[in-house]
Design a protein around this ligand. Structure first.
Ligand SMILES: [Zn+2]
Length: 285
C-alpha cells in the first residue's frame, strides 16, 4: 500500500484504522496534510509514511470528530500550523472531550485503543471566511462551510491547472463507502442545503476525496444529497405530525436506510426544528 496520486500532486492513502483516507497536497514549499487521524500514534505513522513525498508544513482539520483530530498534538508539538473552522474548538469541547472521558473510563463503545495518550488539541489558525494557503508553486482554498455534518466543517479546494483535474477534500460532508454519517453535533436539516451549495461549485470532472473510503465523482455527491434530502424531508413530516423521535423511527420502511443509523438524524433534526421551524428542505434538482 502506498500513496495514490489522484490529481497532480494530490495524494491519498487509505488506512485500516477508522477506515480513514489521509490526503496530502504537495507544493514546492512542502506538504499540506488534511486531518491527523484518531490518535497521536496514528499521526506519527502518517507523518513517517508521508516523508517519501516531503515534509508536512501545514495541517488542516476538516471537522472536529475524534478520527480526524486526535492526532493534532503530534503536529502541534512540531510547530506546524493547524487550520480549522472557527467553531471547531467549541465542538471539541462539547462533544469530543466527554467522548474521550467516557472511553477512558471504559464506558461507551469505543474502538480499542490507548486513549490515555490523547491530548485534545484545537487548531492553531481558526478560519471564519474562505482563505488561500500558499504552498509555493500553487495555492489551495480553505472553505469553512455552514452547518452540516457538524457546525465546524471545512473543505479544501485544489484548483485544476494546466489540464489537470481539480480536487476537493471534503471530510465527512460526503461519506464513503456508506450512507451519510449522522454523528455527534450533526445538523440533519441544514446539511442538504450546505452540500447543495458545495456541489454547485464542484465541476463535473473534479475529483472528491471523502474522509473515509474511495475518491468519488460529483455524481456520487449528488446521489448522497438525495439521501440527505429524503431524511430531512421525512424528519420534517414527522415533526409536523407531532410524532416523537421513537414513533418517527418506527416507520422503518419509509427511511432511506436502516433506522439504527438514523436516531441522531431525527433527534438533532427535531432540535433544529424546535429552534427554527421555518427550516425548509431544498428539493432534489
Ligand atoms: Zn465525522
Amino acid at each position: 500500500m502506498t500513496w495514490n496520486e489522484i490529481a497532480t500532486d494530490v495524494f491519498s492513502r487509505r488506512y485500516p484504522q477508522d477506515d480513514l483516507t489521509m490526503t496530502v497536497v504537495r507544493g514546492t514549499h512542502g506538504l499540506l496534510l488534511i486531518d491527523t487521524g484518531g490518535s497521536p500514534a496514528h499521526a506519527a505513522l502518517v507523518d513517517a509514511e508521508v516523508k517519501q513525498l516531503g515534509d508536512v508544513r501545514w495541517v488542516v482539520n476538516t471537522h472536529a470528530h475524534y478520527d480526524h483530530t486526535f492526532g493534532n498534538q503530534h503536529f502541534a508539538a512540531t510547530g506546524v500550523p493547524i487550520y480549522g473552522h472557527h467553531l471547531l474548538p467549541a465542538h471539541l469541547h462539547e462533544h469530543e472531550r466527554p467522548r474521550l472521558a467516557a472511553w477512558r473510563a471504559g464506558t461507551g463503545s469505543e474502538p480499542p485503543r490507548d486513549w490515555h495518550d490523547v491530548i485534545i488539541t484545537p487548531p492553531t489558525r481558526l478560519l471564519s471566511e474562505r482563505s488561500w494557503l500558499d504552498l509555493g508553486d500553487r495555492s489551495v482554498e480553505l472553505i469553512p462551510l455552514d452547518r452540516g455534518h457538524t457546525d465546524g466543517d471545512l473543505v479544501i479546494r485544489v484548483p485544476a491547472g494546466d489540464g489537470s483535474t481539480g480536487a476537493w477534500i471534503v471530510g465527512d460532508v460526503i461519506e464513503e463507502p456508506g450512507p451519510p454519517m449522522y454523528g455527534s453535533g450533526c445538523f440533519p436539516m441544514r446539511w442538504p442545503r450546505t452540500l447543495a451549495a458545495l456541489l454547485d461549485e464542484i465541476g463535473e470532472d473534479d475529483i472528491i476525496v471523502p474522509g473515509h473510503g474511495r475518491a468519488v465523482s460529483r455524481a456520487y455527491g449528488v446521489a448522497q444529497l438525495a439521501v440527505l434530502e429524503s431524511t430531512a424531508t421525512l424528519t420534517l413530516e414527522h415533526y409536523r405530525a407531532g410524532h416523537s423521535v421513537d414513533r418517527a423511527l418506527a416507520f422503518q420502511d419509509a427511511w432511506p436506510y436502516p433506522v439504527a443509523a438514523l436516531e441522531l438524524a431525527v433527534q438533532n433534526g427535531y432540535q433544529e426544528l424546535d429552534e427554527d421551524d421555518d427550516l425548509d428542505v431544498p428539493q432534489v434538482s
